[in-house]
Design a protein around this ligand. Structure first.
Ligand code: HEC
Length: 157
C-alpha cells in the first residue's frame, strides 16, 4: 500500500519534471530570441478577480496541487476532507535536498495576494523571498491562471 502512494506521487513528479525540464534552458533560449519584458512590472502586479471554478480545475487536474498537498488513505486515494491540508512526500532522489512534506495550502495561510501571485508566476518563490525546495514545481502561470488558483484555494474552508 505504501507502494501505491509512492507510485502515484512519483507519477505526478514525472509529469511535473517533464514540464519543469523546459524551464531554465529554454527560457534562456527564448530570451535570446526575443527579449523578455522588464521583471519589475510583474512583481508590482496586483491580483485580478479570480474564477474559482477554473482555479479548481487547475489545482486538481492541471497543476495537480492536490496530489502533493493532501494526505492519502492506505490505498493511495486522497482523503477528500484533508485535501490541500498538507501531506508527506514519500520519494526523494538520493542526496537531493527535497522537502519531505508539502505544507497546507488550503486558504494559502501566511501569503498575501501579492506573495501568492509571485509564488505561482515567478517559479515558486516563497513568502520569505527564497525559492521553495523541490518537488514544489517552479510554476510560471499567467497572472489570470494564478488569480484563479488563489481564488479557489482562498474559497476553501
Ligand atoms: C509535486 C508536488 C507538489 C505539487 C504538484 C505542488 N506542490 Fe506546493 N509544495 C510542495 C512541497 C514539497 C512544498 C514544500 C517546499 C519546501 O518546504 O521548501 C510545497 C510548498 C508550497 C507552498 C508554500 C507553503 C508555505 O508554508 O510557505 C505553497 C503555498 C504551495 N506549495 C502551493 C502550491 C500550489 C498552489 C500548487 C498547485 C498550483 C502546488 N503547490 C503544487 C509540493 C508540491
Amino acid at each position: 500500500m505504501k507502494f501505491v502512494v509512492t507510485t502515484s506521487i512519483a507519477l505526478v513528479m514525472i509529469t511535473i519534471i517533464a514540464v519543469d525540464a523546459r524551464t531554465p534552458q529554454s527560457r534562456g533560449q527564448r530570451r535570446n530570441a526575443s527579449p523578455a519584458p522588464p521583471h519589475t512590472e510583474e512583481s508590482t502586479e496586483t491580483l485580478p478577480p479570480g474564477n474559482i471554478a477554473h482555479g479548481r480545475y487547475i489545482a486538481e487536474h492541471v497543476a495537480m496541487c492536490i496530489e502533493c498537498h493532501s494526505r492519502r488513505d492506505p490505498q493511495g486515494n486522497i482523503i477528500e476532507s484533508e485535501a490541500f491540508l498538507g501531506g508527506p512526500i514519500p520519494v526523494a532522489p538520493p542526496g537531493a535536498d527535497w522537502a519531505n512534506r508539502a505544507p497546507r495550502n488550503r486558504g494559502l495561510p501566511g501569503y498575501t495576494d501579492e506573495q501568492a501571485l509571485r509564488l505561482l508566476t515567478e517559479g515558486a518563490i516563497g513568502r520569505d523571498g527564497k525559492q521553495l525546495r523541490l518537488p514544489m514545481p517552479r510554476f510560471r502561470m499567467t497572472t489570470q491562471d494564478a488569480a484563479d488558483v488563489i481564488a479557489f484555494l482562498r474559497s476553501l474552508q
